[in-house]
Write a protein that binds this ligand. Structure first.
Ligand code: NAP
Ligand code: MG
Length: 402
């Protein structure tokens, strides 16, 4: 079989630890034999980030802006342990955070669903995609302990020194206070990314906040979504037969639990942080969660939602057998290749992505899986395989189907 040819490169970002090992296997066994891969390669492994003073991350983000599609391996976000472990010059920032802020993008996380792994919520038969607004709110707040009697105010001073003041609370004694903010431009980008992604995936879009209580802050989010929807997206949504739906966060939670899934749920920063963990856990496993960063002007970066699976990597380094799940990594590749195929009108690439996803899940349906899935499947007849053998099995099946 002739390899599928590509037109435009996609941006390939390698990463760290166990996922870097999987990355190599996946490319060697599932991509390179079938696709004449055109990629612009960036090594975001921690050593190269350190050598380049993290410039490589910025270059990778710029390349995604240029080519429109990227695929990324999980990377270490350094903390003080990592600085020691790799004798880093600095505690470099999270590459995902850097790329997200350069692209001004929103992250959409969706579970990969298989019949033999039932979500904790029985009626969830379709994936629920969470979109988290990853800017501002309590993640960039300013907090203070109050330890005496006194008056606390919000004060805004403009450039020529005029002040606007508003009472927060008259304290009689000990208490706490926090100030947080957001930007209209960031909320607008968030809204556009969500509307675009809903159109792209033909799913309905929900947005929730607490506008009845937070009459200015949350209400502004609601208003911005409404305005952008009415002015820019209403017609397109009607053409596709999909809906945009706003409701209060508590009502959204209740409705989501009773729903069959199949929607994109746009959440404010904190809600998204909490709800994405709930949804991931309820659907079964972090190892089955995909993640795509979408910019408001339609650039896409695909990755697995999980991290570098450090504990497995240390076992791998000791020469012990690992059974790490590569499905989300495989789906990051298929997501990126499919998008590349759609943008460049390469039907074979779109079809290949679909087939690779299908055979990957077929293998699991037939009972061949990694340890993490063996623990949660209702399938009784299973064979637990190691990291590499899982990919080998997928390849054998892929060769048959293509
Ligand atoms: P993690 O890599 O997601 O792993 C946490 C645990 O979840 C693993 O120890 C493993 O449990 C299970 N797990 C996750 N993915 C799995 C897979 N594919 N197959 C099987 N089991 C899987 O999170 P972490 O250990 O907290 O973080 C490790 C590093 O990843 C950190 O340096 C962090 O900065 C980085 N990180 C990167 C990203 C990213 O690049 N997007 C995201 C999150 C974290 P068992 O050990 O019980 O088997
Ligand atoms: Mg969280």
């Amino acid at each position: 079989m002739a390899k599928i040819k590509m037109k435009t490169p996609l941006v390939e970002m390698n990463g760290d630890e166990m996922t870097r090992i999987l990355w190599g296997y996946v490319k060697e066994e599932l991509i390179n034999p079938f696709v004449e891969l055109k990629s612009e390669y960036y090594d975001l492994g921690i050593e190269v980030r350190d050598e380049t003073d993290d410039k490589v991350t910025i270059e990778a983000a710029e390349a995604i802006k240029k080519y429109g599609v990227g695929v990324k391996c999980a990377t270490i976000t350094p903390n003080s342990d990592r600085v020691k472990e790799y004798t880093l010059k600095e505690m470099w920032k999270s590459p995902n955070g850097t790329i997200r802020s350069i692209l001004d993008g929103t992250v959409f996380r969706a579970p990969i669903c298989i019949d033999s792994i039932e979500p904790c919520v029985r009626n969830w038969i379709k994936p629920i995609t969470i979109a988290r607004h990853a800017y501002g709110d309590i993640y960039k707040d300013s907090e203070m302990k109050i330890e005496e009697k006194g008056r606390c105010e919000l004060v805004f001073t403009n450039d020529i020194g005029n002040e606007k003041r508003q009472l927060i609370h008259n304290f009689d004694g000990d208490g706490i206070v926090l100030g947080m903010y957001n930007l209209k431009s960031s909320i607008e980008s968030f809204a556009r990314s969500c509307f675009n992604f809903a159109l792209d995936t033909k799913q309905e879009l929900w947005f929730s906040s607490k506008d009845t209580i937070s009459k200015t802050y949350d209400h502004t989010f609601k208003d911005i979504f409404k305005e952008i929807y009415e002015n820019e997206y209403k017609n397109k949504f009607e053409e596709e037969g999909i809906e945009y739906f706003y409701t209060l966060i508590d009502d959204a939670v209740a409705r989501i639990i009773k729903s069959e899934g199949g929607m994109i749920w746009a959440c404010k920063n904190y809600d998204g942080d909490v709800m994405s963990d709930m949804v991931a856990t309820a659907f079964g496993s972090l190892a089955m969660m995909t993640s795509v960063l979408v910019s408001p002007d339609g650039k896409y970066e695909y990755e697995a939602a999980h991290g570098t699976v450090q504990r497995h990597y240390y076992r791998y380094l000791k020469g012990e057998e690992t059974s790490t799940n590569s499905i989300a990594t495989i789906f990051a590749w298929t997501g990126a290749l499919r998008k590349r195929g759609e943008l460049d009108f390469i039907n074979d690439l779109v079809k290949f992505s679909h087939t690779l996803e299908k055979v990957t899940l077929d293998i699991v349906r037939e009972g061949i899986m990694t340890k993490d899935l063996a623990l949660i499947t209702k399938n009784k007849d299973i064979k637990v395989v190691n990291s590499f053998d899982f990919i080998k099995n997928v390849r054998k099946r892929l060769e048959k189907e293509l």
